[in-house]
Design a protein around this ligand. Structure first.
Ligand code: MSP
Length: 656
């Protein structure tokens, strides 16, 4: 197991725009960072965890106007609401920065003047396509069709204004060298390559001030300009640490002298963090200490969630029904390293029932009740390898702890969580293998039963510690149920072989109560109407029709009826009722569809996650053995070989 020493560790979320209520997508970053921060504390590190609000800019000024409020009052309301949400989600942040605070504005003004003085910022004129929503200018090559914004798809406007520019061009090569010399600067790897090719395609100096709106930080030496929001926003990571102020001790500790500085960002804002931010730091002579962890998006079936589309899911609606831990668990488990993930009530309930209520909750209640029934609540002491399974369990525990640490340390939360569940699954299987209720019938099995009960309690204790960064309410309940009074141990001292001294205590209610999917879907009023059923053979992939040498000739018009697209498989699992079928979630542009395909004999579900494949998207939706299928994955087939057809083009690209 990795032994750690107490190191200063700085973890940041992006700061959220104060334009409206925070939804489950934004909450993902905060919850995932909270899990990461708590994990690092459990490793013994000295963690400073920061989140906050990005309060300036035209969009917020307009939103305030619409609400009939001054921007100050408007952002105050949003900040209070967001703080309350983080409190309810038990986010353990050490500070909460708001960019309208004086401590921040002073630092931004100072940084700006410093860069101006050193000629890293200069005054010029800017004219370009500007997206008001994203508060970004785009070059001609970046624009979508009809001059639309490549990020949000809205129409851009041509704007000309006097502006200050940051010399990105001057630092282009230095940044390329830096990224190439620091291979773990941007994670995951594939994102690093995207950033590098963006930089290599040629940077242009960046306009870093605006005169077209007022709600921002004025440039000290020329106050008709306000500082462009990205410069303002990115600086929060330093202003909070007191950089440039009278007391720079936190800046020295958590930045200059730390090798654990992590900015966690969504893929949409990676470029700002990977290009503008290091260049600003280089210009200011501040060391580029941070690592960037880029994550994907939580999507819903109809695509990307947005407040304006009114399709957003809000975390407190789920917390109010299921409690906090299931929401934290789902989000921490959902986004595999850097990939997009899906939120659906169906999946949420499935995870809740299977992982939490069945696997973990039942294991705890069964173990506690057996210890009460067979040993009057006293957990037997450890006797070494008694059953044929005990040695394997001890070894597994050791591997799980070290692999969990390895994965969590690089922000691979789903993989780390999956490791813990291998241990929980092992314990459940151990009950089936040893059948303690049979052992209890014969006194001559006493030593074996003691060993079984000890192992179950010990697995639960260890799992309880490992899940404590995620399941903040359940973990202490597990410890209490096992009669443990002392605080959670740190990970470096967590190992198999604890001596239990207290009496076990039953929980007043199950850790997680099972729920019924239909009732939950009805509660959330999700469209659960089944589409018309179509026979299996209409799905070309599972067809068993005799093959013809060639199919009849079709015209180009026939072919044009097919809508073929590139889709990215973001999740896949075995069909619950058919061994040959996989049920996959496929992201096509911004939409996520479920597609059932007859490929289970050729691919394991995990193998195809992340593949970009060709999809027929306008096939009539059908239900296949109880699972909806909306589209078809294209494959090449020859004899007993089958291969999914793949493409490197972005998801949503159409195939001609
Ligand atoms: N204010 C900027 C960030 C400045 S950081 C110096 C911003 N704010 S935001 O509110 O629009 O987004 C904040 C974060 O939420 C981003 O990392 C973004 O990727 C993330 N998410 C927004 N929707 C999301 C999902 N549906 N899923 C996961 N993350 C999502 O950008």
């Amino acid at each position: 197991m990795a032994v750690s020493s107490k190191k200063p560790c700085y973890v940041t979320t992006p700061i959220y725009y104060s334009s409206g209520k925070v939804h489950i997508g934004n909450s993902y970053t905060t919850i995932a960072c909270d899990v990461f921060a708590r994990f690092n504390r459990l490793m013994g590190h000295d963690v400073f965890f920061l989140t906050g609000m990005d309060e300036h800019g035209q969009k917020i000024e307009e939103a305030a106007q619409k609400a009939g409020l001054t921007p100050e009052v408007f952002v105050e309301g949003i900040a209070e609401e967001t703080k309350k949400l983080w409190h309810n989600l038990r986010i353990s942040n050490d500070d909460f920065i708001r960019t309208s605070e004086l401590r921040h504005t002073k630092v931004v003004q100072k940084m700006f003047e410093e860069m101006l003085k050193n000629d890293d910022i200069y005054l010029g004129t800017y004219s370009g396509n500007y997206c008001v929503s994203c508060e970004t200018y785009f070059t001609k090559t970046q624009l979508g069709e009809d001059q639309t914004c490549p990020d949000c798809g809205k129409q851009t406007k041509i704007i000309s204004e006097e502006g200050y520019f940051l010399r990105l061009t001057k630092y282009q090569q230095k940044l390329i060298d830096f990224i190439e010399q620091n291979p773990d600067f941007i994670q995951p790897e594939q994102r690093k390559n995207e950033v590098l090719s963006f930089i290599k395609s040629g940077l242009e100096d960046l306009c870093v001030s605006r005169t077209s709106f007022k709600w921002g930080i004025p440039v000290l030496s020329n106050p008709k300009h306000v500082v462009y929001v990205w410069i303002d926003a990115l600086s929060n990571y330093l202003s909070v640490l007191g950089y440039g102020s009278e007391n720079e001790s936190n800046y020295q500790k958590y930045w200059v002298n730390s090798d654990m500085v992590f900015h966690v960002v969504g893929k949409d804002i990676l470029r700002f963090h990977a290009v503008y931010w290091p260049i600003m730091l280089m210009a200011l002579g501040v060391p580029v200490k941070f690592k960037l962890i880029a994550h994907g998006w939580i999507l819903i079936k109809s695509g990307r969630m947005s407040k304006s589309r009114g399709n957003a899911v809000y975390p407190m609606d789920l917390v109010n029904r299921y409690g906090l831990d299931p929401v934290r668990y789902y989000l921490a488990k959902e986004l595999a390293h850097g990939n997009d993930g899906l939120f659906s009530y169906e999946r949420f309930v499935e995870r809740y029932n299977n992982d939490l209520a069945n696997d973990l909750g039942n294991l705890l209640s069964r173990t506690i009740s057996m210890i009460q029934k067979y040993r009057n609540g006293i957990i037997p002491s450890y006797q070494g390898f008694v059953t044929p399974y005990d040695q394997g369990i001890k070894e597994l525990t050791k591997t799980v702890i070290s692999e969990y640490i390895e994965n969590f340390a690089r922000f691979s939360l789903p993989a780390g969580i999956a490791k813990v569940w291998t241990l929980i699954d092992r314990a459940n299987k151990y009950i089936d293998e040893t059948e303690p209720w049979k052992l209890a019938k014969d006194e001559s099995n006493k030593a074996v039963l003691d060993s079984v009960l000890y192992h179950l309690a010990e697995i639960l204790r260890i799992s309880g510690v490992l899940v404590s960064p995620i399941l903040v309410e359940a973990a202490p309940k597990i410890q209490a149920a096992l009669g443990i009074k002392e605080p959670m141990p740190q990970l470096e001292s967590l190992e198999f072989g604890y001596t239990f001294t207290g009496l076990v205590e039953s929980l007043s209610e199950p850790l997680f109560k099972r729920v019924k999917l239909e009732e939950e879907l009805a509660y959330f009023n999700e469209d659960n109407q089944e589409n018309e059923t179509t026979p299996l053979k209409e799905q070309a992939i599972v067809t068993e029709e005799p093959k013809e040498e060639h199919k009849p000739i079709v015209t180009i018009d026939d072919f044009a009826k097919l809508d073929l697209r590139v889709g990215e498989i973001i999740d896949s699992k075995k069909h619950p009722n058919a061994t040959k079928l996989l049920v996959s979630q496929v992201k096509i542009g911004e939409e996520v569809r479920q597609i059932v395909s007859g490929i289970a004999e050729y691919y394991q579900p995990e193998e195809i996650i992340g593949k970009k494949v060709l999809v027929v998207v306008n096939l009539k939706p059908v239900k296949i053995r109880g699972e909806m299928s909306n589209g078809m994955l294209l494959c090449a087939e020859e004899g007993d070989k089958l291969e999914l057809l793949e493409s490197k083009m972005p998801s949503g690209s159409s195939i001609k």
